[in-house]
Design a protein around this ligand. Structure first.
Ligand code: ADP
Ligand code: ZN
Ligand code: ZN
Length: 860
């Protein structure tokens, strides 16, 4: 089986003993209820629904001793629906609610699945980000831990019962006859049982069924090829003979030596298993050399299932000694932490920030505490994972949103039951893991806007939330970036955070030379006609490719052309559900909405005037690829964007081929700006800087600067030669372009801060955007107007709008926004009270029911 850790198994056994039987707890006998009327116990539970607060349920007397805060219970809520809820509090206060107090249906845990401070952390998120506690719970717990009626369940064919199944459990399994996947509600229907949730949960804990979005992935055990010495060669004499045999095959001889070293064969120490990948990586040998040894029968290979959490390394590396500059930065961080809880490490690309993090992690682990290393979603690569695994071995735990539910539950349990010092490398959702005692949180690439969750609620910012979490643990937070967010920079320079700068690249590498190229001029002179590439860029690329070096091309739009237009009448295809034009994807020959995924085939004639000529405006990554293939037919080029890197393995494959030099040119969207460390890139091309800057958002320039600087930072990271960046733009004289070329971060910040203070934006003001949506445009208009005026009565000119956003309709819902700009010095609490008060007032309008409202606090 191997899908569940022993820990889970152990817990399950304990649970079974404690519970004896589910039925024991699962009936609510009202006779019994009468008997103990005088001392009834209640539980306030959090439901996985967008509800403002907790709901109170009666604890059946037989469950009283067992129900504690942090345990999961199954409760009935709404029409015939069952949910896994979390107990927030147990008490004896009879509720004054108008609805009938129902009983808890079943208890799932003998011990809490949360650690104490987590509930407090959830409450903070819900109150600061103005969202329901239930939404936080939904985001926090892996779905494998909170099945509900709609959860999909699949039967595990490998399951063998070790303890006899209970009748209910057997009926559930029987329901799978002829079905691969059923929802809990469907199982209920098929079995005719009133509530199968406890049985499903118990089967899940025993590994008989799997609850998951990606069931297939869960079932496929992860196999890896390992290498060992053949039985014949395991004694000393035979091994000598092998080396004699290899005298003419030097590479094979070296590889065998490496194998013996890695596996510890020649030492008295216990031998270690060596994976094929590790052997090849470590020796730097081609796979053919290994094939040679295998066919001689000296080595043999075998397949083995490996756990998903561990990255296997048998040889730990010591930390690299820091350079003088790094050592200084490291000391300054420690110094800063004596006075401040947060420190910003502002270090240019390739200055070795990761090496400093590693040192800080080791320090924290040494004191027995845990570390969380946060990265934006797409920046967690095998590259970094292996780098850390070599340093921290099995102390490293990875938590990724593309993990299956089971893997996430495994990580969750490891943290819940273990007390060891661990370092978790994870994306923003890892903030919710049950840490015992955090000593340090690292927020790498802290400027990344993808740290902010957009949809659904909770719309939290992982960087700011991390600082709060660290606070609750008495831990420190280290923010790191080469292009720090203006917010963090402001906090660091105004004394709220510590500030440490690192201005030189590792190994005396120079910052690349950035050359702006005026594409408007080239087009006017007809030098650049029907092409995306300036002659200078083509020349530099040729040079690099001829010299065996690699190229990165950046274009921030995917697809082929962002807009298609009828030459005759100007008709532009739009999405049926959203107010946006469709993007042309040539490969699929489809028009795609990047907001809701709606697709349609490209019409042969213009639907409006029957015209036959539809032209493309603008360009995306697909078109870049097409042109590369004609310009450099012998180069191997690959595209990295959301279309080619849909799965994690595709993403990893593209990066690894590029890293190994199998591809020469890598082109793509901002996916390729994230902390990638390639040795051999000498030329970077930014194909069009204009569309980065012409973005209707107050952070447009900040973001454009960050993107251009980050992608430039991929050039010349190792080679002795300085890298080159060709920056194509129609405004080469633009101050921002000039700042990018001079690496003048501070000038950019100064200019932006002046604007932000004048127009009342962060970091001087806190933004709260109220997003109102409705199918009914008229109602939306009227009520959003009334809403804004009501708010104005209290908040005066802090209220802006309602305005119609650039995109007025998404997924058939019209949108209006009211923006609040609140002085940073004002406390959030009274503002929140006020917002909720006005919200209640709005409910007197019957039509308000047709509106959806959510808040976006600190939008990014
Ligand atoms: P950053 O995170 O600042 O972009 P990295 O930590 O990725 O920079 O460092 C860039 C490269 O330089 C990496 O390949 C790293 O291994 C190497 N490097 C940096 N500092 C050291 C050091 N002190 N010893 C050995 N290699 C280093
Ligand atoms: Zn037309
Ligand atoms: Zn759409």
């Amino acid at each position: 089986m191997g899908h569940f850790s022993n820990e889970t198994k152990y817990r399950e056994t304990v649970l079974c003993l404690l519970r004896n039987d589910f039925e024991f707890y699962t009936f609510g006998n009202s006779m019994e209820k009468q008997k103990i009327e005088n001392r009834m116990m209640y539980a306030d539970v959090i439901l996985p629904l967008p509800l403002e607060d907790t709901y109170t349920y009666l604890i059946p007397p037989d469950m009283e001793k067992a129900v504690t805060a942090g345990c999961r219970v199954i409760v009935h809520f709404g029409k015939k629906r069952y949910y896994t809820a979390i107990v927030a509090e147990v008490h004896a206060r009879a509720p004054r609610q108008t609805y009938e107090t129902k009983e808890i249906f079943a208890l799932l845990d003998a011990a809490p699945v949360l650690r104490r401070p987590q509930l407090r952390f959830w409450r903070w998120i819900s109150s600061y980000y103005l969202c329901a506690l239930g939404d936080v719970y939904k985001a926090a717990l892996p779905s494998g831990l909170k099945p509900d009626s709609e959860t999909a369940v699949a039967y595990n064919e490998d399951f063998e019962a070790d303890i006899p199944l209970r009748p209910n459990e057997q009926s559930v399994l029987d329901a799978f006859a002829g079905a691969v996947r059923l929802t809990v509600a469907e199982i209920e229907k098929k079995t005719g049982l009133r509530n199968v949730m406890p049985a499903v949960t118990s089967l899940m804990n025993r590994g008989a069924v799997v609850v998951s979005e990606e069931i297939r992935k869960v079932f496929a055990p992860k196999m890896q090829t390992f290498i060992r010495l053949s039985a014949d060669y395991r004694d000393g004499n035979r091994l000598h003979a092998a080396f004699d045999e290899l005298r003419r095959a030097k590479k094979q001889e070296t590889l065998l030596m490496t194998f013996l070293e890695l596996s510890n064969t020649l030492n008295p120490a216990p031998t270690k298993e060596v994976s094929k990948k590790e052997l090849l990586d470590y020796s730097g040998m081609a796979p053919a050399v290994l094939t040679g040894l295998l066919s001689r029968g000296i080595l043999e290979s075998y397949e083995k299932e490996v756990g998903r959490l561990q990255v296997h390394v048998s040889k730990l590396r010591p930390l690299s000694p820091l350079t003088e500059a790094q050592e200084k930065a490291y000391d300054e961080i420690h110094e800063a932490f004596k006075r401040k809880d947060v420190c910003l490490l502002h270090g240019v690309t390739s200055s070795g920030k990761t090496e400093i993090y590693a040192r800080m992690i080791a320090d924290a682990l040494q004191t027995g505490r845990q570390v969380l290393y946060l990265l934006p979603e797409i920046a967690i690569t095998t590259q970094l994972t292996e780098r850390l695994a070599r340093l921290f071995g099995d102390k490293l735990v990875v938590y990724h949103s593309r993990f299956s539910d089971n893997e996430r539950v495994e990580v969750w349990n490891k943290l819940l039951h273990g007390n060891e010092p661990l370092v978790v490398l994870g994306v923003r959702s890892s903030l919710f893991l049950p840490f015992k005692s955090l000593g340090l949180i690292i927020v790498d690439e802290e400027h990344e806007t993808s740290y902010k969750q957009q949809d659904p609620a909770p719309r939290y910012h992982a960087r700011n939330t991390a600082i709060m979490l660290a606070n609750m643990h008495g831990a420190k937070t280290l923010l790191g970036s080469a292009t720090s967010s203006i917010d963090s920079w402001f906090n660091a320079t105004s004394g709220k955070y510590g500030l440490v700068e690192l201005n030189t690249r590792y190994g005396d590498c120079l910052m690349p030379e950035i050359i702006p190229v005026d594409i408007k001029e080239l087009k006017r002179k007809k030098i650049m006609k029907d092409t995306l590439f300036s002659p200078l860029l083509i020349g530099k690329m040729e040079e690099a490719l001829n010299g065996g070096e690699q190229v990165i091309l950046f274009q921030n739009r995917r697809g082929y052309a962002p807009v298609m237009e009828c030459r005759q009448c100007g008709w532009i295809p739009h999405c049926e559900h959203c107010d946006v034009s469709l993007t042309y994807h040539k490969f699929k020959n489809q028009l795609v909405c990047h907001y809701c995924g709606y697709t349609r085939y490209v019409p042969e004639r213009c639907p409006s005037c029957e015209g036959r000529e539809l032209k493309m405006l603008g360009f995306g990554t697909e078109k870049v690829e097409e042109e590369i293939n004609t310009l450099f037919p012998s180069a191997k080029a690959e595209r990295l964007d959301m279309d080619t890197a849909r799965t994690r393995s595709a993403y990893e494959r593209i990066l690894s081929d590029y890293e190994k030099g199998k591809t020469n040119i890598l082109m793509g969207t901002q996916m390729l700006t994230k902390g990638l460390d390639f040795e051999n890139v000498s030329v970077v091309g930014i194909l069009n800087a204009d569309n980065l800057m012409n973005y209707p958002d107050f952070r447009a320039y900040e973001r454009a600067f960050q993107l251009m600087t980050q992608v430039s930072g991929r050039a010349g990271r190792r080679s002795g030669r300085q890298g080159t960046v060709i920056l194509q733009t129609s405004q080469p004289e633009h101050p921002l372009i000039q700042m990018v070329c001079r690496f003048d971060y501070k000038a950019m910040v100064a200019q932006q801060l002046a604007e932000r203070s004048m127009f009342r934006y962060p970091p001087y003001y806190r933004l709260i955007v109220m997003v109102l949506r409705s199918r009914n445009e008229v109602v939306l208009r009227e009520l959003s107007e009334i809403y804004a005026r009501k708010l104005e009565q209290h908040l005066g000119e802090r209220v802006f709008g309602p305005v119609t956003p650039v995109i007025t309709r998404i997924r058939t819902l019209y949108i209006r926004q009211i923006m609040l700009k609140i002085e940073i010095s004002l406390s959030v609490n009274p503002v929140r009270e006020l917002l909720y008060k006005v919200h209640r007032e709005m409910q007197q309008y019957p039509a308000f029911k047709q509106l959806l409202l959510h808040y976006d606090v600190d939008p990014a």
